[in-house]
Write a protein that binds this ligand. Structure first.
Ligand code: GLU
Length: 304
């Protein structure tokens, strides 16, 4: 609970702290997550003159005077909506804001739209969102329907169990156990493909927070998805939950956007590359996921 309160406080105060430089340690100290000093979120310069010629998503946002971005709303540290303030926070949300700023939209001109794992391709194809930032693994099946910019982060599938559970130590120990994951996700597909547990023992929900509730109530024995997501849940309830810590897949995260929107893809690629080059990526990491103490490896963008 302490961690959660601290995180919210930091996020709310983040912009102010950046502006006045009040905190003790400079945000650009290069720390990738010792969690000791309060790392401030960076601010992003809004490019009011931005133009992305030939991008349907950009044109749509321009006509609306705001940009709609698909995110997750129940993943602490990555994409989480504060039920009291309605504010979104986390690593993915910051990447979403960074990109929005490069397109000409400050935070007051962003509509964050929660979209569950199973509905991402459709939301992008429909044009409901300009782009999506939410633990979205780049893979060939999805690339047939959407395009990606990334990877901007590399995660791996892992397991979340109750703290007192000593029987689940890796994917090979899941037989006979009830395993929960999200509909339409790569982790649930892997549980099925690799027959990690029996089909009748697979429980699925729209989002991982529902799985975590079922883990705590002992209706399931494990939650499986990316380690980055699971660490966020474990940090919220360290007395009851733990991450097994043996990843068994590679989950490179991409920003999803319209399949044929090459203009936007190139623009977003340029924005991310700059953030990786000028230290902004590290600052975002340090102020979000890095607070848990996990070191990050800076990814290398791939041209798709
Ligand atoms: N990264 C995985 C995926 O894209 C799991 C996380 C999620 O469901 O967003 O399916």
């Amino acid at each position: 609970m302490r961690i959660r309160t601290l995180a919210v406080g930091l996020l709310v105060g983040g912009l102010a702290l950046t502006a006045c430089g009040k905190e003790g340690t400079p945000a650009d100290s290069g720390a990738t997550g010792t969690g000791t000093a309060a790392a401030a979120l960076p601010t992003y310069t809004v490019d009011t003159a931005a133009a992305v010629t030939g991008s349907p998503a950009f044109d749509k946002a321009k006509a609306a005077g705001k940009i709609t971005i698909g995110v997750k709303d129940d993943q602490p540290g990555l994409g989480k909506k504060d039920p009291t303030t309605g504010k979104f926070s986390g690593f993915d949300v910051e990447i979403a804001k960074l990109v929005a700023a490069s397109l000409g939209y400050g935070e007051d001109k962003i509509d964050f739209k929660p979209v569950a794992s199973a509905n991402r391709e459709q939301a992008i194809a429909n044009g409901d969102i300009a782009y999506y930032v939410g633990t979205y693994t780049i893979n060939d099946k999805r690339k047939a329907q959407v395009s990606f910019v990334g990877p901007y982060f590399e995660a791996g599938q892992d397991l979340l169990v109750r703290k007192d559970d000593t029987s689940i130590t890796g994917p090979e120990t899941l037989k006979g156990k009830k395993v929960c994951s999200a509909t339409g996700s790569t982790p649930i597909q892997r549980v099925r493909d690799q027959k990690l547990t029996e089909p009748g023992n697979i429980v699925e929900f729209q989002g991982y927070s529902q799985c975590v509730d079922k883990l705590i109530s002992k209706d399931v024995d494990a939650v499986t998805t990316d380690d980055a997501i699971l660490k966020g849940f474990a940090a919220q309830d360290p007395d009851n939950l733990k991450v097994v810590g043996k990843t068994f897949s590679k989950e490179p995260y991409g920003i999803g956007l319209g399949h044929d929107d090459k203009a936007l893809r190139d623009k977003v690629n340029g924005t991310l590359q700059k953030a990786l080059d000028d230290g902004t990526w590290e600052k975002i990491y340090a102020a979000t996921l890095g607070k848990s103490g996990s070191p990050a490896t800076k990814p290398t963008l791939i041209k798709y």
